[in-house]
Design a protein around this ligand. Sequence first.
Ligand SMILES: Cc1cc2nc3c(=O)[nH]c(=O)nc-3n(C[C@H](O)[C@H](O)[C@H](O)COP(=O)(O)O)c2cc1C
Length: 392
Amino acid sequence: MFYIQKRNDFLSRLSPIITFVRKRSYNKASLIFALMLIGGMFIKTFAQAGGDVMHNKPGMTLEETFNLYVQTVQNSDLEGLFSTITDDEHFIFLTAGGKLIDSRQGYYEFHREWFRETDWEMPVEIVDIHKGNNCGYVTAIFYFRSKLPDGGRYLLDSYFTLIFRKSDDMWKVIADICTPIVRQFEDADSNIKYNFEQNYLFDIMKTRRTVRKFKPASVPEEHIRKILNAARYAPTAGNQQPWTFLVVQDIDRISRLKSEALEWYLESYKKYSNRDEKNLDSVRANLVSTLEDVLSAPVYVAVLVDTKVEHPDYIIHDGALAAGQLMIAARALGYGTGFYTTYFPEDKMKGFFNIPENYKLICFTPVGIPDEWPEMPEKKNIDDLIVYEKFD
Ligand SMILES: Cc1cc2nc3c(=O)[nH]c(=O)nc-3n(C[C@H](O)[C@H](O)[C@H](O)COP(=O)(O)O)c2cc1C
């Protein structure tokens, strides 16, 4: 990642190009292109020193237009920025805060307000560029950092995809879709300085949430392996590592589990509740909808531990620690998870998945893009959780 400060100097203009070169350092053509662009930037910089505003113009490539977009944002140059935006009043802007702004005027006002603020910086890293004849997109990540009036800092990292259309030989942005990764207010009263990686880790831990409804988007195999690989570094008693991660992705199997889990729950409901059986229909209806949601993820992992190990008394601890790391790793990749137990009783799950007798089920966790990230449930105050040295 290459950080660009919000400065109106040559380096800040050059930086998106440097980023571009970095991301595509294996591609000779791109390197030559970037060098040409750097040459162009020299000319542009000196032209601007003479008072010219940088503007979009016919003949500029998609990459050049994207870089101009980024530079004008970093320079709070509203006029330059809007030379890269469609003249059409129809515009789609999904903000990193989840707000939909659906007009060019709205996009303009958003940026006018924002550019009035001065104490911020926003390095940008390009992830992907895709160009067709008349349409194209660029996906990048921005790392927005600003100061709050109370002295705290506001951090917001987000993917953003700019969709471009070309007409009259000019590329113009017709949509801007932000997908936030991490957002936080740093503690205002903290005297400790944390670096980006530390802040990122703390934020991931804080923003992990139990998710109970998912989008159908699939999870790449590489991500599943990455997440499980992180889980296996958890500590274990005597380093026994008693885990097996059962990965379930087959839609038909998940669908069958849905019906089975419904019956399992109703069975125990009837057995253990003294409630009137008249309620059964409404319990069933609620359950169908709950299971529809909690089983809407594309991937599930049953975290299992082997009872036939050297320290069987500790396998529950070992399993829970791995599940915790799994959830943090998944959050780092943008996925929601959950430590599901209630609807998935161990004995039934073992039968359903043909799990050998010697295993114990720790939890059944989904991995998927949340339908939406739930609000953080109320958490206890840190001061109520710490006792120093000994109890009174
Ligand atoms: C041992 C354990 C069992 C849990 N069982 C369930 C469960 O069966 N279903 C569920 O939706 N969440 C379950 N959870 C998740 C908790 O409800 C959740 O962690 C808690 O409400 C706090 O929310 P958060 O994870 O978003 O911080 C369980 C969590 C733990 C640690």
